[in-house]
Design a protein around this ligand. Structure first.
Ligand code: GSH
Length: 213
């Protein structure tokens, strides 16, 4: 399998962490700039966005959550030992929704700040929404000592928070105490440590090579 990605995309990082947690580290990495609308990428995804997973038979799948679900279902590891998202737990779904939207809205803000001349109303709206979400996050029960990534909700939330730290540090400084403790703890997990934007900047050819950087 092959994954089209770039080094700063939170959506691509979500897929990389899922692949690592699933033990699927043989995936080849194809680094590409989606904003240049390369023909090669458009052939795989008409929206010219990353990530895109390409199977050995040439078929491709885009949309980060779907790629993650596919990798989990294809994994040879015991499904109970990997990302066991509990779709019956409304609390877990709540954190999943908050984390995934935090990623979407933060990314939207960063893009508007980059491409819009002056401050865009969308950027201000996103800023306010992120602050409300961070406040709400404090009311969820987040473990203080995370030793393992348990679900896609853990991945989405940690990637979204670290994306805010990387791109919108002034909002990261508004994190509440519980959230701060949780992100500090989960950041020690190997799959997060080897996929920071700094490490991805080395653009290795396979996921497995990330462990050698
Ligand atoms: N909903 C998509 C979003 C992917 C996305 O927005 N990717 C960004 C990179 S972080 C991109 O390729 N942007 C290029 C563009 O919007 O044209 C997913 O979850 O995979």
């Amino acid at each position: 399998m092959l994954l089209y990605l770039n080094d700063t995309s939170p959506f691509a990082r979500q897929v990389l962490i899922t692949a690592i947690e699933c033990g699927t580290i043989g995936i080849e990495l194809k680094w590409i700039d989606p904003w240049e609308s390369p023909t090669e990428l458009i052939k795989k995804n008409p929206y010219s966005m990353v990530p895109v997973l390409v199977l050995d038979d040439g078929r491709s799948l885009y949309e980060s959550n779907l790629i993650c679900e596919y990798l989990i279902n294809q994994s040879e590891l015991d499904s109970k030992s990997i990302l066991n998202t509990n779709y019956n737990s409304f609390d877990q779904l709540g954190i999943y929704a908050l984390g995934k939207n935090l990623m979407d809205v933060s990314f939207r803000k960063v893009i508007f700040d980059r491409f819009h001349k002056g401050v865009s109303p969308i950027s201000i709206r996103s800023d306010t929404a992120i602050q409300r979400a961070l406040l709400e996050l404090e009311s969820f029960t987040l473990s203080e000592d995370v030793t393992k990534i348990n679900s896609l909700s853990d991945i989405c939330l940690s990637v979204a928070l670290q994306y805010i730290e990387f791109r919108i540090p002034k909002l990261f400084s508004k994190l509440g105490k519980n959230t701060e403790q949780w992100i500090k703890s989960i950041s020690r997990i190997e799959s997060l440590k080897v996929t920071t934007p700094a490490k991805l900047g080395y653009k290795p050819e396979h996921i497995s090579s990330l462990f050698e950087i």
